[in-house]
Design a protein around this ligand. Sequence first.
Ligand code: SF4
Ligand code: SF4
Ligand code: SF4
Ligand code: FES
Length: 821
Amino acid sequence: MVNLTINGKQVAVEKDATIYDAAKACGIKIPILCHDKKLHPFGGCRMCLVEVEQMKGRLIPACTTPVTEGMIVQTTTDEIVKARKLVLELLLLKHPIDCPVCDAAGDCDLQNLTYEYKVNMNRFVDEKFNHEIDYENPLIERDMNRCIHCGKCARICDEIVSYGAYTFINRGIEAKMGTEFDGPLNCEFCGSCVSVCPVGALNSRPFKFKARWWALQKTKSVCSYCGTGCQLTLGSKDGKVLTTIYDENQGFHNGQLCTRGRFGYQFVNSDKRLTTPLVRKNGKLQEATWEEALAEVTSRLSAGKSDPASVAALATPRLTNEELFLLEKVFRGTIGTDNIDHSAGFAHEALTKGAVASFGVAASPSEIADIQKSNLLLVVKSDAYETHPVIGFEINLGVKRKGVAIRIVSDKKGKLTRLPGAKTTVHTPGSEVALFNALCKSVIDQGLVAEGVAGLDALKAAVADATAEKAGVTAEEIAAVAKDYATAEKALIILPIGLGYPGHNAALASAAANLAILTGKIGKEGSGLLIMGEKNNSQGAVDMGIYPKGTGLAASAIIDGCANGNVKTLFVAGENPVVSYPNRKKVEKALENVEFMVVADLFLTETAALADVVLPACSFAEKNGTFTSLGRRVQNVRKAIPAVGLAKTDFEILNALSQALGGARYNNQGEVFTEIAATVPAYKGLSQAGLKDEGAVYPVAVAAKLVPVQAKTAAPAAGKLAMVTGSALYHCGTMSRFGEGPMYVCPDAYAELNVADASALKIAEGDQVTVTSATGAVQVAAKVGKRVPQGVVFSPYHFGEGSVNTITDGAEVTYVTVAKK
Ligand code: SF4
Ligand code: SF4
Ligand code: SF4
Ligand code: FES
């Protein structure tokens, strides 16, 4: 620790702290414009000037000056105040004084400091800038006339997002923050640059002219898209969520969000929201009262009590823990059916079967914090960045700032493959298990097995015939990855799971776990396996038991049951199987066939349109509760706005059904959480109030065990391309289609091909193509590039039109032909 004195106060801080950090730590405010705690110090604006007794004669920038022992610092002498006024006057020289129409007014550091330092006149005069304002895209408006050249936007885009969209162009008085060739912004639209811009140069267009910052009600909550569990602050007014507010002190991610979290909130206020219950009469869905709709659902579910096997429930892992717990209680407890599942069964098998077999718990043994504490990351699929973008930022930071090595094993390349020192091993689609078995064999062959690993002989026998060739890679590549991984002191495997990855199941989780166990990479910080559930509460859905147990039917068997008449009543809470489950035609037919289907959802989705009763449900912004993110963090979700229309929360709906069916009745969701804490072992001792703002990571006792798994080999089909499905960076599930931001950046389905395949098929970027499999055909636009290897075609699964699940059947790989329309 280093001791210093600031404004007469004694302070002790870490030796790598700056004067600014030290002042902040003891509650002394030093004004800043170009500094942000997440970014490397820049020292460009000079607003933070202070005086250091040992360096008398000049003023020193506090944000870039490290503390030294015995330093004596003054932060507000007359000279300092004079200097800061000068800085502000110089900044205001070129800056337009258009605060009345600037969207940042009230949230602008320049405006606030001008007021605080009473700069009510300017001794200098100059012409204002006259840059053209960039209105080219509907998400980010760039008015460089207001720019104060703090460089924060360029630094965040470069250092954290790793995109590098901005650069200073020109020099001196002509300097301008611009893009490559000064063209329009064409990037990931994560909004990180907007969030850190201290003035109104970068604005969120969806928020423009909606409200003044101070008029917004601010509610801390959790993003409802992916399993990362980013905390966010919702800015609402008049019952509408109008924006998300940046708070650098929020969450493990310091307020960073991706494009969905930042610009995807509009689904909450969408005019497509369901606002009233609908009941099918004479073949048509018609508006009804809640009493009428619930009476119909109750009577069907009551009848089902005498034949529980004929009742099934599919739930989205977007519901809160309390809602999922109640759903399980109603269906498994009160009605008595075990036919309960979520996310087509794909998203949870890795946790419920794989992790349980290998670690003895249905959760990852590692946490998000392990990413930056590791020496080497082994990322399965390059898409960890696309499925969980803010985890991608964490990986960027680990690699770029902490020197963490990165190895990727994937069926295509992606953004992570461009990180410094990253090595990507591109394998044939669907061969992940074969690849991990080959890695295990190589570790054994190279004599890199950790001491005292039990069950080694059985694993040796199981991987005896594993070869690199079976995964479509070279023996040298396998040997190199195995060696790098095994010899790293700490190494973490990152495994995304979800609806788009049918092969990411129990076998893959165990195959990956074997590698970790074999090399002693379990049970220590910065090591282990991080299984990344796709949706915001995928881990919670597993913790609350939303998967089939005993003889219960899994999702695909429930769909079959609807088709063959064994399942007569289906309750769907927020899930959209028609678009997101494989084999769309089969799913549609099954759901049309089921005797009675009730869907609770925010929107009249493709699935809800087939229902007999549709119940309008609330979004995350309209309810209290908890979500559990990947890495086992349980966090508070808080109500920001009242329910839209007549919508009810899934808690209210299930609580009403529970009572009507003779089950439990709760006064509020908090009572359910208390029951969760009492009955779900991992949640023991948690209370909703105790979660506070930061949430709580529940502990797990890991009993690691090698579990030999056999690799399935998909026979390649001659003359066909291997199609893999997955996530697009801008979307998460099918809900983001109702967010304007994601739909602006990525509005339609597409098929991504390698340039060589595209040229052989005479297909150019943007061409409409027909993709045909044994199950069906879809027409989508072609994307051409080098990201996917030759012989492979990639398509995201989120879309209703050109729905890729029309042509997949749940196998790891679907063989297709692609032809220009
Ligand atoms: S929106 Fe994100 S990717 Fe685009 S310029 Fe800003 S920080 Fe970079
Ligand atoms: S646009 Fe904003 S963040 Fe970027 S340099 Fe200008 S003032 Fe700073
Ligand atoms: S979608 Fe995921 S990564 Fe993006 S802001 Fe939300 S929780 Fe974070
Ligand atoms: S905040 Fe220190 S120089 Fe800008």
